[in-house]
Design a protein around this ligand. Sequence first.
Ligand code: 3PG
Length: 215
Amino acid sequence: MAVDTTILSARDVMRDAPVIPVIVLHAIEHAVPMARALVAGGIRMLEVTLRTPQALACIEAIARDVPEAVVGAGTVRSAADAAAAARAGARFAVSPGYTSAVGDACRAQGLALLPGVATASEIMAAQADGFDALKFFPALQSGGSAMLKAWAGPFGDVLFCPTGGIQPGNAGEFLALANVACVGGSWLVPADALAQGDWERITALALEASQIKRA
Ligand code: 3PG
């Protein structure tokens, strides 16, 4: 089923599945079969990181050829990144940290933004600009689930997508928290599975991830 093409919110992106795959693509020909493999496993919000020269072309290919997926851009660090991602067909953006420049640019481009935060002050800066569905990055290194429990008091109105160090073995611990809507992780799209064209393995990892229970 094709995804609704109306404007998405960050909460829509975070609530679709328990895991947002963090994807690094080095070859354009991997983009479409990889996206189809994830969709076959029940994961359709796909974060393609802007970390390789091929990333924008990969986003463009997925946006054009895999209507069942919703492709977003990760590692968005500037207004120029946001504009390039939107031009390529991204529907949402994920940033490792937060600046008002990135927030403004994503709004101007019609991109839902999951801004990265790791401290209370960063949460307050993002909230001041109207963002309340945030990526907690790097989650494990910044205090993990204990940090999220501490934030639930003062920031009870914020939803988080912890990312960084999350694996099938600890995803459940994060997803059990009421202020966690989903987690992000690179484990769904291993580099060797891409290199070998092992799309079945990616579908199997997505299926497993899509069944992790949420709060
Ligand atoms: C990211 O790139 O956003 C995170 O580093 C992904 O972290 P992981 O590789 O630990 O899942």
